[in-house]
Design a protein around this ligand. Structure first.
Ligand SMILES: Nc1ncnc2c1ncn2[C@@H]1O[C@H](COP(=O)(O)OP(=O)(O)O)[C@@H](O)[C@H]1O
Ligand SMILES: [Mg+2]
Length: 246
């Protein structure tokens, strides 16, 4: 499968009052690629992903995706993507299974597609028999995995995942990364993943965009960035890319 660009962000700008949260952000995401946006808290990751997810309208800039310019509010575009927000929660009183059924029915109209999606979701969740328990009793790791399963079970061409591993222990983080990588590499779909943890991303990201104060300061494979800055890890690459600590 030869890879092609499925999404281009072109010159995205978003201001909140006097703060320029996203400042002329451009990048390309290819098919079969996990593209990561990595930077400290407040760098503009969530704002960028909300724009890409069609939740937040940019002040300027365009998104080109799947062969055309995305019009604001396009339903066709939203049917090709899925979005896991940073602060997403589960419904405490629904079982994991009912949550997956509910989310699948929001996305698909026909019962066969809903059933197939739920079947994929149950597998992706890794919850086993616990999928029948109320989500309020799940651990944080189980909840995040359920939310990730819901985002991937609909077979999006592009999964937009905002800090999927934030706050998880190492075991659950590794699980999440495996599920994301497995999805992208088996389907040829793509994922945009944000993280403030610069040390974990080498394991899941094909390419990394380093973002600071709303600006992408560099993009490359983890290996390319380490080579370019002659450093042993991406945290140090980031510090060099931004010209040292403030
Ligand atoms: N809805 C909002 N209203 C005002 N300021 C916002 C809003 N969303 C984000 N910001 C500001 O924009 C900047 C980037 O935030 P964000 O995109 O959430 O960064 P990150 O996800 O990298 O932590 C921050 O300074 C944040 O305070
Ligand atoms: Mg964020």
């Amino acid at each position: 499968m030869s890879s092609q660009v499925v999404l281009s962000a072109r010159g995205l700008v978003k201001k909140f009052g006097g703060v320029t949260a996203v400042n002329n952000v451009s990048f390309d995401v290819s098919s079969g690629e996990v593209f990561c946006i990595v930077g400290p808290n407040g760098a503009g990751k969530t704002t960028t992903l909300r724009i890409i997810a069609g939740i937040l309208e940019p002040d300027s800039g365009d998104i080109l995706a799947f062969g055309g310019k995305v019009q604001w509010g396009s339903i066709e575009y939203k049917r090709l993507i899925s979005y896991l927000p940073e602060d997403a929660g589960v419904y405490k009183n629904l079982t994991g299974l009912d949550y997956l059924k509910f989310m699948a029915s929001m996305y698909f109209d026909d019962s066969a597609s809903i059933e197939e999606a739920v079947e994929r979701g149950v597998k992706l969740s890794g919850l086993g028999v616990r999928v029948g328990d109320k989500a309020g009793g799940y651990s944080k790791g189980m909840k995040r995995r359920l939310l990730l399963a819901a985002a991937l079970m609909v077979n999006p061409k592009l999964a937009i995942l905002d800090e999927p591993t934030a706050g998880l222990d190492v075991v659950h983080s590794v699980d999440m990364r495996k599920v994301i990588l497995g999805y992208v590499k088996t389907t040829g779909s793509s994922a945009i993943v944000s993280s403030h943890n610069m040390l974990e991303v080498s394991y899941v990201c094909d390419r990394v965009a380093l973002i600071n104060k709303g600006v992408i300061v560099d993009v490359g494979t983890p290996g390319e960035l380490l080579e370019k800055y002659k450093v042993p890890n991406l945290e140090e690459a980031f510090i060099k890319a931004v010209g040292g600590l403030d």
